[in-house]
Design a protein around this ligand. Structure first.
Ligand SMILES: [Zn+2]
Length: 337
């Protein structure tokens, strides 16, 4: 380890929270040597060895481990790596960062050292709390993955939204899509399965505890250009990116089909009194229902234009750019960017 790496502040709490202990069991090839237990695994201790198959216990729920044998100790993922590798906690954290591609985000790391003892409290966030900044960024996302091209994303959109295929780490095997809060801080990655997922996998994976209803995808970027032009509201990430690359930078996605109270307020704030939104939802049952409710709610405060898509089952991201432009262009033909 070189000097630069040694001096970097490390967010220990972030690592304890965001790296599941199963990843480490996998990393060490231990999963097959342990038996499943009520809330995790049990088996011979990989640290001190021995033969007793009940001494080493892992709780997946609490993301910790304990050895009742010679080690007579336990702890977090950091303690586990520290024991396995016979290194200190800082070195253990650096190893975890290397193995799983998580790294401290600039500017969010100053709380690093003091959180060592408070991480347990940090896991249980009350429901009303805002989404906390993530504290790390995924490295080595593959921006050239064929799925992105298949979905029609241009290199400039891929670069602007910083999406890419994640080979290892939090969203392994998925297209990782960074989600920011209204202040522009990274609060989550959404993971899109590249293609049709197998039956046991969801199309989208979101981190546990993320409150999507508090955020609008692309909101922080959408606020910047020409605040007097209409704000386009779509359902999904890809809809949003496709509308953006068609030239409409003022576009946000509600990450679903129903508008939350917070999202309603954010939109009203963004367009201001007399401002306008254009709702372009999916042309299907859920999309139409969500669109109608959103239109009624928003129309109490601002002007609303509903954009219907011609073909049943179409969603904005299926449309070629010229068609998006035609649908979103103002009545006088001027493109609203
Ligand atoms: Zn042990």
């Amino acid at each position: 380890m070189n000097a630069t790496v040694m001096n970097e502040p490390i967010d220990f709490a972030m690592i304890k929270q965001s790296v599941p202990i199963e990843w480490l069991l996998d990393h060490y090839g231990l999963t097959s040597h342990l038996r499943r237990s009520r809330d995790g695994f049990r088996g011979v201790c990989p640290i001190h060895g021995g033969h007793n198959p009940t001494q080493f216990c892992v709780s997946v729920v609490r993301n910790c481990w304990v050895c009742f044998g010679d080690c007579n100790t336990g702890g977090s993922v950091l303690d586990f790596v520290s024991r396995m590798e016979k290194v200190n906690l800082r070195e253990a954290a650096q190893l975890i960062q290397q193995w799983f591609g998580v790294e401290a985000a600039i500017g969010v790391t100053s709380r690093s050292e003091r959180v060592g003892q408070s991480s347990r409290a940090a896991v249980e966030v009350p429901k009303a709390e805002p989404n906390s900044p993530l504290g790390f960024v995924l490295r080595d996302l593959d921006a050239t993955h064929p799925y992105l091209e298949l979905r029609g994303l241009l290199p400039e959109a891929i670069a602007a939204f910083r999406v890419g295929y994640c080979a290892k780490g939090l969203m392994a095997g998925r297209i990782a899509i960074p989600v920011h809060n209204t202040a522009g801080q990274l609060v989550a990655y959404a993971g899109r399965w590249p293609g049709n997922p197998p039956e046991d996998k969801p199309k989208y994976l979101f981190p546990r505890g993320l409150r999507k209803s508090l955020e609008l995808f692309n909101y922080h970027r959408a606020l910047v250009p020409e605040p007097h032009t209409a704000l386009v509201v779509v359902e999904g990430f890809f809809d949003c990116m496709k509308v953006w690359q068609a030239g409409f930078q003022r576009v946000v996605a509600i990450m679903g089909s129903s508008l939350s109270d917070t999202q309603e307020q954010l939109i009203v704030d963004a367009v201001g009194p007399g401002g306008k939104v254009k709702l372009m939802f999916d042309e299907d049952g859920a999309g139409r229902a969500g669109r109608e409710k959103a239109a009624i709610r928003l129309a109490r405060h601002i002007q609303v234009e509903v954009i219907e898509l011609e073909v049943e089952g179409t969603q904005p991201d299926y449309l070629p750019a010229p068609e998006i432009i035609a649908l979103l262009a103002d009545a006088d033909g001027r493109v609203a960017t």
